[in-house]
Ligand binder design. Structure first.
Ligand code: SF4
Length: 171
């Protein structure tokens, strides 16, 4: 009997973000379906129902760290991931939500929320690399879908991705 071939497991994680980078990934639907023979999309809540189980070969992480819970969660994601790639400006630099880093976050909370005492947030929004080691940073807001596919393909082929150092507001 021939043993079943292990397909690399891919996970997509969301932290503080607008979901735009995940939508860019969903926009690669045809390419991802073609890739499905080579990779198991094991956790991608934006696209499918899924539960967190075991380890992942490639984790794509969208969003920045803004709460104590997320600071804890990203360490768990790192432990579960062989390769961790951050996608988009939120994950690679803190995103628009990092504007809070130059202000008093408690003052913001008191203006925005009726019961600010229930808000458990960090004083700053920080990139993923401030919390755990990151293997590759894919920049852009949102990410370029062709570059995203190149990064996934490269890690499946165990080579370094070939992408420009910046991707700014282009398709
Ligand atoms: Fe949205 Fe831009 Fe952040 Fe991506 S980088 S999640 S598009 S705000």
């Amino acid at each position: 009997m021939v043993a079943a071939r292990h397909r690399p497991r891919l996970a997509v994680w969301k932290f503080a973000s607008c979901d735009g980078c995940q939508l860019s990934l969903l926009d690669c639907e045809d390419e991802l379906l073609a890739m499905a023979a080579a990779v198991e999309i094991a956790y991608f809540p934006e696209a499918t129902r899924g539960t967190i189980v075991g380890r992942y070969d490639i984790s794509l992480v969208e969003g920045s760290i803004t709460t104590p819970h997320d600071a804890q969660r990203i360490r768990d994601v790192r432990q579960r991931s062989r390769v961790l790639v951050t996608i988009g400006a939120c994950a690679t630099s803190g995103g628009i939500q990092a504007l809070r880093n130059f202000a008093d976050v408690q003052e913001y909370a008191s203006v925005v929320y009726a019961r600010p005492e229930f808000i458990n947030t960090l004083a700053s929004s920080t990139p993923i690399a401030d919390h755990v080691p990151v293997d590759f940073e894919l920049r852009g807001c949102p990410i370029n879908k062709r570059q995203a596919l190149e990064v996934i393909s490269a890690y499946l082929a165990t080579r370094q991705p070939v992408t420009p150092s910046h991707s700014v507001c282009i398709e």
